[in-house]
Design a protein around this ligand. Structure first.
Ligand code: KG4
Ligand code: ZN
Length: 363
């Protein structure tokens, strides 16, 4: 067995991202068992009434994927199969509950990697059938947005949300619970993907977002002027392929001239350019469409400069800003339990034909 096989076969490591609660289920409480496996995190959570997280278990696969510098879909599926049952058992145990108390099973069915999604969807269908519970398929992006309802108990739609993750960059209008309309999208790379690729270019490793965030604190954000990509005629859309190439060209140029380059300055200047377009376009959309609340979601919403930049711009524009704690920004199942709860309460049900939809859209 080589190192990589050993890592794949290694013991499952997970953590509980919720506080320990000794909660007694009361009359009228609705317990959701949520399952998330769309990319490289195997996750299960128990959520009460769409707002209270009783357990939130995440088994991350980062240790194996970072050997390759990115997520390897085939390995991700194998790891999900290995982790899913222990993760669900731990979610029930940590919430001091059992299948008997669960009112519905909610599962991410897209968008994401097909092999990864299939593990969660298959598991959720098996539990729903064996335990005779309702099944609800949940949109992954709707989950990211709904993560905000966990810590901000008074937050209610309508609002505008900037969703920034490894696979998605969207400005979304949320008119009511579960009612989403995309008004801005990336035409090429997602913001998180750009962070990961630039990190690789300057030799920081995977996942690059947190590494750039950290290194940028020691750099000068005005050192290099990287381009702010825009899309003609689509004022809320994004393009990050130009800045990614600009960083690559800058590094290649330095190498050819045998000049040293300052990684911290590159990280800070790149991050500044990305944050600038994300903040400007989101605030513009909120103001022009008449919203008074701005929300952020997804892994890149952990970014320190993005949080600070959006904080300042929203204050100046008189907008209220919300974002989740870092552990609820990246992939987790609690957010799926929240989004799923509102679907369940609206009467949405999936049947046993529920399938993984890798390119699932909102509309
Ligand atoms: O939401 P997420 O866990 O997975 C997807 O649904 O894609 O997002 C992962 C992405 C990765 O690209 C990662 O580099 C980025 O979020 N990320 C960050 C930070 N933390 C995670 N990007 C910038 N700054 C961060 N602090
Ligand atoms: Zn995600």
């Amino acid at each position: 067995m080589n190192d990589i096989d050993r890592e794949i076969e290694s013991d499952i490591k997970f953590f509980d991202a919720s506080e320990d609660t000794a909660y007694e289920k009361k009359e009228g409480d609705v317990y959701i068992l949520a399952i998330e496996s769309s990319c490289d995190e195997t996750a299960a959570a128990i959520v009460n009434n769409g707002r209270e997280v009783l357990s939130n278990i995440v088994a991350s696969q980062i240790d194996v994927h970072k050997i390759y510098g990115g997520v390897v879909p085939e390995i991700a599926s194998r790891k999900h199969i290995k982790s899913i049952n222990p993760v669900i058992e731990e979610a029930l145990l940590s919430a001091h509950t059992s299948f008997d108390d669960i009112d519905a099973i909610c599962v991410t069915y897209g968008p994401g990697l097909v092999g990864s999604l299939l593990v969660g969807v298959g598991e959720a269908k098996a539990i729903a059938y064996a335990k005779n519970k309702p099944l609800v398929g949940v949109h992954h992006i709707g989950g990211h947005i709904s993560a905000n309802y966990i810590e901000h108990k008074d937050l209610k739609p309508p609002f505008v949300c900037l969703v920034v993750s490894g696979g998605h960059t969207n400005i979304v209008e949320i008119k009511d619970y579960g009612e989403y309309r995309i008004i801005g999208r990336t035409r090429d790379d997602a913001a998180g993907e750009a962070f990961d690729k630039v990190a690789r270019t300057i030799g920081l490793g995977y996942p690059g977002g947190p590494k750039i965030d950290k290194l940028a604190r020691d750099g000068n954000k005005d050192a290099i002027k990287f381009p702010r990509g825009h899309v003609d005629g689509a004022e809320y859309d994004f393009s990050f392929s130009g800045i990614k190439s600009a960083v690559l060209n800058y590094v290649n140029g330095c190498n050819m001239k045998h000049e040293e380059y300052n990684k911290a300055d590159i990280a800070a200047s790149f991050q500044e350019a990305v944050v600038d377009v994300l903040v400007t376009r989101t605030v513009k959309a909120a103001k022009e469409l008449g919203y008074d609340k701005v929300v952020m979601a997804g892994g890149v919403a952990c970014n320190g400069a993005l949080r600070a930049g959006m904080d300042q711009a929203c204050k100046e524009a008189g907008l209220e800003l919300f974002y989740p704690s870092p552990v609820l920004c990246t992939d987790n199942a609690a957010m799926i339990g929240v989004a799923g709860y509102y679907e369940y309460m609206k009467g949405v049900r999936s049947d046993y034909t529920l399938n993984a939809v890798p390119n699932l859209k909102f509309e």
